[in-house]
Design a protein around this ligand. Structure first.
Ligand SMILES: [Zn+2]
Ligand SMILES: [Zn+2]
Length: 341
């Protein structure tokens, strides 16, 4: 049997092991993909720490994948060997109320590649053909890899949940791997963009991507700066890419009456919000999860057209996955990191 290299998470709270395992064979309706790039995400850290109840070890993580079609399973049409494809994370049941109304991200029988099933931190992976989306060869694999998660998730947050439109004032709290993509998306929709971070380097990158105002929350008072810069109007939509009790409250404080706080990041288990300052001002706190197929298609086209240019901070070879994870955990990584395979 053919063997391949894979990064296996054998136990929670431990490093991944680079191992030789059999190359999987595609079942009916599936495709074998030769993985070329596999993105790392904060969720990989949560998984390693055993925070996701549905993930069982041993398995191969990785949910931001781009590669080439290598072998077609029985009954698969519409793909040629060698087609460049990105792999959508969610395997949908296609029959529940959510799937049949275009909200497959909430599918009641959801199975996810890189979570409940092996993902892309390996040389070859299998995926249902309906999870594969072709993209132009002009887009490098490492940029394509982050589209399904980092780019499409921000797109869903900004377009569908935040409903951002021209002249909106939006703020991305804790700009980073997702936020740098978000800036470009919000610019595409014509928003005025505020970004926060405690790291000047991140704010510098944010400005390069077109953030109109950046605020270093280590040195500056967020509320006062937003009040000043918006002449007291405050923000229409805040994207909380941090996900703590503190960040949600900070988001509520800087959004206008009737404004929205979209929960993109998650770090802590719960948060508090004031009745007077939230309910009485008709502010909305909105959850988001992943994205839908339509968002994926739209973001791929925007990347192909050069309107969005996925920002990759650094690439690592698969063998160095543990170093890449350590850099992510320690905050050394200032943006998306991708494994080249
Ligand atoms: Zn992710
Ligand atoms: Zn479903």
């Amino acid at each position: 049997m053919n063997k391949m290299k894979a990064a296996v998470l054998k136990q929670f709270h431990q490093d991944l092991c680079i191992e030789e395992i059999p190359v999987p064979s595609p079942k009916r309706g599936e495709v074998l993909v030769k993985v070329r790039a596999s993105g790392l995400c904060g969720t990989d850290l949560h998984i390693q720490n055993g925070r996701l109840a549905t993930v069982k070890t041993p398995y191969v993580p990785g949910h931001e994948t781009a590669g080439e079609v290598w072998e077609l399973g029985e009954g698969v049409t519409g793909f040629e060997i060698g087609d460049p494809v990105i792999v959508a994370i969610d395997i949908l049941c296609n029959t529940c109320r959510f799937c049949t109304t275009g909200r497959g991200n909430l599918c009641t029988r959801l199975v996810r590649l890189g979570f409940e099933r092996n993902g892309g931190h390996e040389e070859f992976m299998t995926a249902p053909a309906e999870n594969l989306f072709k993209f132009s060869r002009k887009v490098p694999f490492e940029k394509a890899a982050v589209i399904p998660d980092a780019v499409a998730c921000m797109y869903h947050a900004i377009k569908n949940k935040g409903q951002v439109r021209a002249s909106d004032k939006i703020c991305i709290l804790g700009v980073g791997g997702l936020g740098f993509q978000g800036i470009q998306i919000a610019r595409h929709f014509g928003a005025e963009i505020f970004c926060t971070s405690r790291k000047d380097q991140k704010l510098e990158i944010a400005r390069q991507f077109g953030a109109d105002h950046t605020i270093n929350t280590d040195r500056e008072n967020l509320f006062e700066r937003i009040r000043e810069l918006t002449i007291g109007e405050m923000c229409d939509v805040v994207f909380d890419n941090i996900g703590t009790d503190f960040s949600i409250q900070a988001g509520l404080d800087i959004c206008r009456p009737g404004g929205k706080v979209v929960m993109v990041g998650y770090e802590e288990e719960s948060f508090h919000a004031g009745y007077q300052s939230t309910a009485m001002k008709e502010k909305e706190i909105i959850g988001i999860r992943g994205s839908n197929r339509r968002d994926l298609v739209e973001t791929i086209r925007l990347v192909e057209k050069g309107i969005l240019d996925p920002y990759i901070f650094k690439t690592y070879p698969l063998d160095e996955i543990n170093r890449a994870m350590a850099d992510l955990r320690s905050g050394k990584s200032l943006g998306r990191t991708v494994l080249l395979i």
